[in-house]
Write a protein that binds this ligand. Structure first.
Ligand code: VGL
Ligand code: ZN
Length: 197
């Protein structure tokens, strides 16, 4: 991956609940992507690229959780261990926190009101535009939810978007969700590459 000052590396939701085997929504292989992502962060910094993070940041009760009518176990409750970045992740830039008001939705660019369905921007898009970013590289967790939706919004927002396939891992609620996510991303114009490239 080639970085430059017009490129942003977007590190999606590398938080304990997804990346640590003790996390409540552990993504199998989640911890193995951390060193791969750190390698990308260091390359990005050397090239003066922007590095930005997202965090799932839920209240204790939200229609996103199974106990409140949604589909997910309780995870990434704001200000808890599960919502913190994985301790091995190099954090060198700002973080966009999403779902803070109980909103649903998976993309780092927008959140969705669970009642009205209305989408509102998180601030990630304007942060990238203000920094003069034209290209986005997306990594993190989980491929079939937040990584996928973030990369789809990035490409729809006219950023030339690359997904690093060995810097992500899937929840796979249904077998094959990972393959379907990759196919959807490719169909939308996201370029899929291994991080060695
Ligand atoms: C995510 C499920 C629920 C993610 C967030 O970060 O991919 N997945 N909330
Ligand atoms: Zn969530």
């Amino acid at each position: 991956m080639d970085y430059d000052a017009k490129t942003a590396l977007i590190v999606v939701d590398v938080q304990n609940d997804f990346a640590d085997a003790a996390g409540s929504l552990y993504v199998s292989g989640g911890e193995t992507v951390v060193p791969v992502i750190n390698g990308q962060i260091s390359r990005a910094r050397e090239a003066d690229a922007t590095v930005v993070y997202t965090q799932d940041w839920h209240p204790e009760s939200t229609p996103h959780f199974e106990k409140d009518g949604g589909i997910w176990p309780v995870h990434c409750v704001r200000d808890t261990w599960g919502a913190q970045f994985h301790p091995d992740l190099d954090v060198v830039g700002p973080s966009i926190r999403k779902g803070t008001g109980g909103e649903d939705g998976y993309s780092g660019f927008t959140v969705r009101d669970p009642e009205s369905g209305k989408e509102t921007p998180t601030g990630l898009g304007s942060l990238l535009l203000d920094a003069g970013i034209e290209k986005a590289v997306v990594v993190g967790l989980a491929l079939d939810y937040c990584v996928k939706e973030t990369a789809l919004d990035a490409v729809a927002g006219e950023f030339a978007t690359t997904l690093l396939t060995d810097a992500t891992a899937s929840v796979n609620l249904q077998p094959g969700d990972d393959e379907r996510a990759l196919a959807d991303l490719e169909a939308a114009g996201v370029v899929l590459v291994g991080s060695g490239m």
